[in-house]
Structures are given as C-alpha cells and as structure tokens.
Design a protein around this ligand. Structure first.
Ligand code: GLU
Length: 492
C-alpha cells in the first residue's frame, strides 16, 4: 500500500506546538514508508478564518523542515487542497446521503434546541439531540418545505462503533452516547466531521495521524464513511501535550507557537528534535537526532499512549546543545537574522576580528542557549567597547589597575606571535616579572577587551580579537581609568 498522510490545519491562527508535532509525525511516517505527505487547508468555517494564516502556517512548517508533496501551493493530482474550493464535492456527497435515507432534514430552530438542552441539563443528562425531526411523517416534512434546515446523520440505534486505533488499540463508542449529529449547516456548508471524510477518501489518505482531542470525532467520521460506502483510513491518535503541572498547555506556560520560538532564537533542528520526543522515542533511545535519522526509524508502534509533558527548559537546554553540535557554518546561517537587532553587520563591522564568522561562533557558542544570546555574545568581536560592566569595574578596575593595563598593552604589542598559547605564556612571564598574581592581569584584561566579566577563555578571545584590537582596547581601558571613567563611550 502506498502510504498517503495529511496534515489538515484550519487557518485560524499560527502554527502551534501541538499542530507542529502532528505535522511532524505525519511527515516522518510518510518518509519512513516512502509515502506522500499532503497539506490540506480546512477552511469551511470562514467565520473563524484569520487572513494570512495559511501562509503563516506554511512558512512555519518550512522553517521546521517539513515538506509536503501535495498542497495548495504545489498542487497535486487530488486537488484542490483547500476545502473552500471543494464545496461541490461535499454537496454531491450530502445529496447522496439524503437521497439514500442516511441523512434527514432537521427544522428545529436554535431556540427549540436550546429548550431541549435546558431540560436535559435540568435532569442532569448530557446534551443530546432527541431525534425530533428523524420521525417526521412525509406530510409533516412537506409542510416545512422552504424552511431553513440542517442535515443530520441517522446514527444507527442500539449499535457500537469501534475505532481501531494504531496507538490506543480498540476504542468502543456506544451509539447511545452519539446523537444524530449535523453534517450540513443551515448555510449549506458541510461540518468538519463530514468534509474530512469526503476529503480523506477523495485524496486516498491511508493513515490519519492527529491529536488525541480528535478521538471523539472518529466514531462520527466512521459513521459518515459507512453511510457513504467509503472504506475508512487507519487512525492513529497521538497523545495530548500537557504543561509540566499536567494542565492544558497555554500561554501562561510560555510561548506556544512555532513563530515565537523561531523569534526567540530556537533552532529548527532543536525544535523538531524536541517535538518528535513529545510522544515518541527512537528505538535506540538516543535523545539527539535529526529529521533524516528519525525518518529512517519512525513508526506508530513507538508512539506512547500517555500524555507528553512539554517542558520549555528542556527545549532551551536542547537548543544550547544544538548550538554546540551543529557545523559552525550552519550556526552562522542561523544566527544571521539575529545580528541586526544587536547592531552587527557581518559585511561591514566597525571592528574586524582576526577570526571568520565560523571561528567567532565556535568561540562564543559554549555559553549560549539561544540564537539571541549567541548574537549578544558576538558583540564584543564586531562592535567597539562602549562601556564596562559596573560590577566588574568595582571588582577588577581597582586603583592602580590603569598602569598595569598600559604596560600590558606595551608588552603584548611586541609579541612575536599572537596565539592563545603564546598569550597564555606571556601572561605568566609578565605576572612573574611584575610580581603580581596572574589573576590580577587576567580579570581586568577580560573586562577591558569585552566590557564584561564572563565569556570565553581569555586567551582564545584575545587570539580571536587579534593583536591590534586587543592592544587598542587595553589602552582604551587604561585611559578610561586614568581619566576617572569619563571616556567610557570612547572608541579606541
Ligand atoms: N482541521 C482539523 C484541525 O485543525 C483537522 C483534524 C484532522 O486532522 O482530522 O484540528
């Protein structure tokens, strides 16, 4: 069987973590089985549509590296791929259901239905359509011709529908808990539970992989399929994603959309890796894997039943790991969009360090968790020092430091080679000659060269900054100290 799966978002906003995970599982499953991934836009509820969200969702999917072979942008043999462009198909299928007697017109007004529900509530019963119009006689029906109506599916009484779920096993739904649900609204539009069945069949979808919140829709979709004479696809409902306190994931737990994570400097590699682990784990138990690795081994039998816990700190930790593990060229590409915000223009920086951008990110990436932090950490290499951390000043720019910095500048200027090892040795020599602890030279130097007290190893960063810039910054700090801090903003 040629596997065909679909990700079917409604264009009602941006791509969220849950949707991204669903899309990812579909994508991995399709790749694992050499199948096709479809992107279908479910836009029949036009009142809820947010303009531009289809494009935003596609952009976020592409950011994650999720690729589809059929969809509204690329077309395909089973198009169109927007439900609003497939209304004729639904109408035809709805007519067929009605003619065959599987669906009937219901003329109950919203007020009548509300009265029924209120009475049910008062009796402590769940809301359920009582089948009023199911039992209309032909004469009663004829008398209502021309009145607004919805179409309801005739749910067979006294039966059960079993969902053979590939993740959860058999889940049985007694029809006593289902009522004759609406398949066509009074404006003629199909409901989600109807359109999805028609489309999955028409698009030859073999596996429906989606969030557990849709499990309760599945018996309805199976009943629609049965009435239409359609062989249903296989279903796999993937577990809910909950917050660490096991409540529903929401804004108050932090960012919930893919775009927010991208803007916060999370790498696509880290996000997809983390999302894949929300409900799935690879057979070798390895925690770090790329999309290609996951696509080689992904299967539904390793999808867990229990809820997945979403922990933003773990994602950030993982992102930090990826910053260290990815090839430097990839990290440079990823950090580029974050540089402008900190004032760095890699093509024309005011300061030109002795390393190329790849060397620069390798130098600072050990301590960064996000691309935002990485961009911030690159500043000292590409921008002049415009001030010193006040706590660092209090601690390391003590009285008498200025002359040391000036003498250091002089001594280092004459250094034959400017490598981390050579600098390390030079500091040892000078500390001995001047009879001061090495730390007395190291800490003020770091503050002079970076404006900060933390960062990469001093000798590595000096090597990266290069002799001219390092010496100039030592002199700038010496001057700053001599003048009592009035030249804080001076450029060397
Ligand atoms: N449009 C539905 C949603 O956004 C799709 C559900 C499904 O995959 O069947 O949740």
């Amino acid at each position: 069987m040629d596997v065909r799966v679909r990700y079917a978002p409604s264009p009602t906003g941006t791509l969220h973590i849950g949707g991204a995970r669903t899309a990812l599982f579909n994508y991995l499953f399709a790749r694992r089985h050499g199948g096709v991934m479809i992107l279908r836009i479910e836009d029949t509820d036009q009142g809820r549509e947010v303009p531009g969200s289809t494009e935003a969702i596609m952009r976020d999917l592409r950011f994650l590296g999720i690729v589809w072979q059929e969809g509204p942008d690329v077309g395909g043999p089973y198009g169109p791929y927007r439900q609003s462009e497939r209304l004729g198909l639904y109408r035809e299928a709805l007519d067929r259901l009605e003619r065959a007697g599987y669906a009937y017109r219901c003329y109950c007004t919203p007020e009548e239905l509300e009265q029924v529900r209120a009475a049910q509530r008062a009796r402590g019963e769940p809301p359920r359509y009582p089948g009023t119009c199911r039992h209309l006689s032909p004469a009663e029906r004829a008398a209502r011709t021309g009145q607004p109506y919805v179409l309801r599916l005739k749910v067979p009484e006294g039966e059960k529908t079993v969902v053979h779920d590939l993740v959860r096993g058999d889940v049985v739904f007694d029809h006593a808990v289902l009522d004759d649900f609406v398949v066509q609204k009074s404006d003629g539009m199909p409901v989600y539970n109807f359109a999805v069945v028609v489309d999955d069949a028409a698009m030859a979808v073999t596996h429906v992989i989606r969030g557990e919140e849709h499990l309760s829709n599945t018996p309805k979709q199976l009943l629609v399929a049965r009435a239409l004479g359609i062989h249903p696809p296989a279903f796999a409902h993937v577990p809910m994603i909950l917050a660490p306190d096991r409540s529903k994931l929401s804004k108050r737990h932090g960012a919930t959309s893919v775009g927010e994570y991208r803007d916060a400097g999370i790498l696509a590699e880290a996000l997809t890796n983390y999302l894949a682990l929300l409900g799935w784990s690879p057979p070798d138990g390895e925690e770090f894997f790329g999309l290609d690795d996951a696509a080689r081994v992904f299967d539904l039998d390793r999808v867990q039943h229990t809820a997945a816990i979403y922990d933003i700190r773990k994602l950030e930790w993982m992102n930090g790991q990826y910053l260290r593990r990815l090839p430097p060229a990839r990290v440079v590409e990823a950090v580029r969009p974050f540089l402008a915000a900190v004032g760095i223009d890699l093509e024309r920086p005011p300061v030109r360090p002795a390393v190329d951008p790849e060397g620069a990110v390798v130098l600072v990436r050990e301590r960064a968790r996000t691309l935002v932090e990485l961009a911030e950490a690159l500043k000292f290499l590409y921008l002049p020092i415009s001030g010193y951390d006040p706590q660092g000043v209090a601690k390391h720019f003590t009285p008498g430091t200025g002359p040391y910095l000036g003498r250091l500048a002089e001594a280092l200027e004459g250094l034959g080679s400017w490598t981390a090892n050579e600098l390390d040795a030079a500091f040892t020599r000078l500390a001995e000659a001047w009879q001061v602890p090495r730390a007395r030279l190291i800490h003020p130097t770091r503050l002079a060269l970076t404006g900060r007290t933390v960062g990469p190893g001093l000798f590595e960063l000096m090597a990266a900054l290069g002799p001219t810039e390092s010496v100039a910054r030592l002199r700038q700090a010496a001057r700053w100290l001599e003048t009592g801090g009035t030249e804080a903003g001076a450029t060397p």
